[in-house]
Design a protein around this ligand. Structure first.
Ligand code: FMN
Length: 470
């Protein structure tokens, strides 16, 4: 039987008709099986032949199996990291270890869900590692093919050599999607067709130029094919598509991956923001837009506070003269304090110069203050002090919100506690009312460096589970 029918691709393209056929007679695939021969046998069994321009869609599962990507979980030693994550997502730690090894980043996780960026670039659940439809599904897991685009290119040239047909190949897999329920077939490997069809510059029905339309052609074909492949026991892992309308260009599934820096939805998780924040004390000269600053302060005031009295106040300092005036006044107090301590003049002057430079070189200063104006009043000092501590705590929490919001927005910040040592001087320099008690000077700007690495005591040294003494 001739497996190559040299039909012109343009005929079916103009006819507006695409046909998809699931090939029959595909056996269970084992490591080392030659997929080209398997496909040729299946074409004969199905009484189908290949035309130039046809697309063969192959399920990831049989590609992975043929490439020996089946791993016994018994051979996996989970790391401490994997053990912890496994508890959080309620999965086998060995599986989590495999997922972490196959990925570059955990994008999101919660109980029963683990979304990662796979080494290949796909953002997907469980790094595409699957335990369905494999022998010994309890103890074994199937990884994605090592390089699906390369597999497609190899298979394509092999089929060309064997049949003379110039076909395109897609490897498809089922992916869940952000914002929509249900999985859908997508291309994780492609060769011989443009994975992405650029329609920009073409005219619409009314002559308007398309400005941003790029069609994920390989994904559309992958989804159509997965309709025939099924998900459970259908055993139809290869689909032949005739008459797919497409431009003549080679491509790869890598085209479908949106770079991280262009992905508006790839914001770091709350956890990543908290862990990624550092005190950064050097800034670029770039000015922080007023709207952004207000966004940060509206995050600050989301902090909790005792009786919801919101005791925080913020003095914003942006102009160079005010910064210099404040820094010099605070520097004078620092000098006087250290002279009283008997420190060496040179060391004092260095310290003062450093403090002045820190304050004046930050594009924006936010002086966080507290006010007792609306806090409860008591007659006894014990409760009066507790009430004041509550205001300190609320203001500190608002300050932390400010630091985190700044970090999430790509800004850097650091806290200076110096105003606590000279509240009257700070109030006088900035003309603040007497009830504003300066707490911290937050320096803000676009980072000129990444800050120091995170250095923290082990959790075990700062926590213990306690019981009440009866
Ligand atoms: C109440 C408070 C006061 C601080 N005061 C200063 C300060 O005066 N100067 C300074 O360089 N950093 C100050 N910091 C920042 C700490 O040095 C910094 O948070 C700490 O070294 C940990 O580094 P990280 O924030 O990068 O994790 C202060 C932090 C807090 C919470």
């Amino acid at each position: 039987m001739n497996l190559h029918e040299p039909t012109a691709r343009a005929v079916s393209r103009l006819s507006g008709k695409t046909t998809l056929v699931a090939l029959s007679g595909i056996p269970l695939i084992k490591a080392g099986d030659d997929l080209a021969s398997v496909i040729l046998d299946a074409l004969r069994t199905s009484q189908e032949s290949l035309c130039d321009g046809d697309v063969l869609v192959i399920a990831q599962k049989i590609v992975s199996k043929s490439e020996g990507r089946l791993i016994s979980l018994g051979s996996i030693e989970p790391s401490a990291n994997a053990m912890n994550l496994a508890k959080e997502v309620n999965k086998d730690p060995r599986l989590i270890e495999l997922i972490l090894r196959e990925s570059t980043e955990v994008v999101r996780h919660t109980r029963d869900v683990l979304v990662v960026a796979h080494k290949l670039g796909f953002v997907m659940a469980n790094a595409g590692i699957d335990q369905s439809n494999i022998e010994d599904g309890g103890d074994a897991a199937l990884l994605l093919p090592e390089n699906p685009d390369e597999t497609c290119a190899r298979l394509r040239s092999r089929l060309h050599a064997l049949t003379g047909a110039d076909v395109a190949i897609i490897i498809n897999d089922s992916h869940g999607r952000a914002f929509r329920n249900g999985t859908v077939g997508v291309a994780i490997g492609a060769s011989g067709l443009p994975a992405l069809t650029d329609r920009r510059g073409e005219a619409d029905l009314y002559g308007r130029t398309l400005r941003s339309t790029e069609v994920a052609l390989a994904d559309e074909i992958a989804a159509a094919a997965s309709l025939l492949m099924g998900q459970a026991a259908e055993s139809r892992p290869v689909v032949l598509a005739h008459g797919v309308p497409m431009q003549l260009r080679d491509g790869s599934a890598a085209e479908l991956i949106r770079p991280k820096h262009m992905d508006l939805f790839r914001q770091p998780s709350g956890d990543a923001i908290i862990r990624g924040r550092r005190s950064v004390r050097r800034y670029k000269d770039d000015v922080i837009a007023q709207t952004l600053l207000e966004r940060l302060l509206s995050a600050a005031v989301c902090a909790p506070s005792a009786h919801n009295r919101q005791p925080w106040r913020f003095a914003i300092v942006q102009d160079a003269n005010s910064k210099a005036h404040l820094a010099t006044a605070m520097g004078a107090q620092l000098r006087a304090d250290r002279q009283r301590d008997g420190d060496a003049t040179e060391a004092i002057e260095q310290d003062v110069a450093r403090s002045i430079a820190r304050i004046t070189s930050a594009p924006t200063l936010v002086l966080t203050c507290l006010t007792m104006e609306e806090m409860d009043r008591y007659l006894d000092p014990r409760r009066t002090e507790a009430e004041w501590t509550m205001a300190v705590q609320g203001t500190a929490m608002a300050t932390q919100n400010l630091l985190l919001a700044a970090h999430a927005a790509g800004l850097a910040a650091s806290v200076m506690c110096a105003p606590l040592f000279c509240p009257d001087i700070v109030r006088a320099a900035l003309d603040l009312s007497a009830d504003w008690e300066p707490q911290a000077l937050v320096t803000l700007g676009y980072p000129a460096n990444g800050g120091k690495p995170l250095l923290r005591k082990p959790l075990t040294s700062v926590m213990r589970v306690v019981r009440a003494v009866p």
